[in-house]
Design a protein around this ligand. Structure first.
Ligand SMILES: *Cc1c(COP(=O)(O)O)cnc(C)c1O
Length: 379
């Protein structure tokens, strides 16, 4: 690893532009080989400093809210802006219509409520409906848009064949961190259930959850899936991955503040699972640390804990070749996604700085946070 993490203020998130470009090249290759369009779904990664770079490769951004849409519109200039939301607020809709090229609705009632405003807007906006094919292979309910009683998307039973005037596309999003074999099986169901409606459309959006940049991802099957729908129905295909864009491109760098013992050695860090990597607790998962192993794998095992008073603010147990000491720097991997977008200042813990690395400029610290960022959200 050629980045000198010791130089960073801690805690810091740092994204390595070289790794991001590697991912973007993989995605661009899929676009070039199929003619599909790929959008950055901002939910997982909204580091807008990098949007101009991302916009050189991808077709634009997608959003789930007015604010995300604005960020994509402002920071990835000249690229497509898409939005899907489970429901739109009337007072935000004018602004949404001003900046979005595609608006996807979650229900026929939302479509009926807003379609006249779109038709009267004078802007050329493509409209879509999110369908729920009631097929997914996600085992964790909170990440499964097709679980029983899901609010996300229109089921075949509720689909209104004669209310499609002005609808340009269909959108489905039923995957999470999955490979293209899942897409292939999902597409079969989408085709069987909704094929006769796709025939009337200009585009189909395959949503996100495609882990395209993961080393074991089968790109050939993805390409087959895209070409199958394009050729069978003569439609454009959109993909809107979030995670895959910034997967394995960033780190969270933290320092050891103290070592204590309670039956096990415990290192307290200047970061926090609850504040800076909430998915460690929510998912939950165990992040990797450069140079560390499973508990007991190396001679010195520690439980790593955060700075908050939450008893469960524990990152996990890790072993090291040498004993940890106050001031040691630890580097957590794959920390670009679902971190900056989800962090918080619970317990008054400061937010990590945000930095980038590239070969020309080395490390560049883009933003540091302070007391005002904590106070401004409270009253
Ligand atoms: C979350 C989400 C995405 C992106 O999903 P990833 O798992 O990050 O690829 C795309 N579209 C919609 C509608 C989403 O909710």
């Amino acid at each position: 690893m050629d980045i000198n993490f010791e130089k960073l203020p801690t805690p810091s998130y740092i994204v390595d532009e070289r790794l991001l470009i590697k991912n973007l090249e993989i995605l661009k290759d899929v676009m070039d080989r199929t003619g599909c369009r790929i959008l950055l779904a901002q939910k997982a990664f909204s580091m807008y400093y990098l949007y101009p770079l991302i916009g050189k490769y991808l077709s634009g951004t997608t959003a789930s809210s007015l604010f995300e849409a604005k960020l994509g519109y402002e920071e990835m200039k000249g690229r497509e802006v898409h939005i899907y939301s489970p429901a739109y607020r009337e007072e935000e809709f004018d602004e949404i219509m001003e900046i979005c090229d595609h608006i996807v609705f979650n229900s026929f009632s939302q479509w009926d409520k807003f379609k006249k405003r779109i038709w009267n807007s004078g802007r050329k906006i493509e409209c879509g409906l999110r369908i729920n094919p009631e097929y997914s292979e996600i085992e964790t309910d909170i990440y499964n848009p097709c679980f029983t009683g899901s609010r996300l998307g229109i089921t075949l039973e509720n689909f209104r064949e004669d209310d499609l005037d002005g609808i340009d596309g269909l959108h489905f999003h039923t995957m999470c961190e999955q490979n293209s074999d899942v897409l292939e099986r999902t597409l079969k169901v989408v085709d069987e259930k909704f094929g006769k409606y796709i025939r009337k459309m200009k585009w189909v959006n395959f949503g996100g959850g495609h882990h395209i940049t993961r080393p074991d991802y089968d790109i050939e099957t993805l390409i087959k899936c895209i070409m199958f729908i394009k050729e069978k129905y003569g439609v454009e295909v959109y993909l809107e991955p979030g995670e895959a864009v910034a997967l394995n491109t960033g780190y969270l760098v933290a320092r050891v503040l103290d070592i204590v013992n309670n039956g096990i050695d415990i290192a307290i860090l200047d970061t926090s699972a609850a504040c800076h990597m909430p998915d460690v607790i929510e998912m939950p998962y165990r992040p990797k640390i450069i140079g560390s192993g499973e508990p007991g794998e190396y001679p010195y095992t520690y439980r790593l804990g955060g700075m908050t008073c939450l008893a469960g603010d524990v990152i996990g147990d890790y072993s090291f070749k040498k004993p940890l000491k106050e001031g040691n720097v630890l580097v957590f991997t794959d920390m670009a996604i679902y971190t900056m977008v989800k962090n918080n200042t619970f317990n008054g813990v400061n937010l990590p700085s945000i930095a980038v690395y590239n070969e020309t400029d080395g490390i560049k610290v883009l933003k540091q946070f302070g007391y005002e960022d904590f106070k401004c959200r409270l009253s």
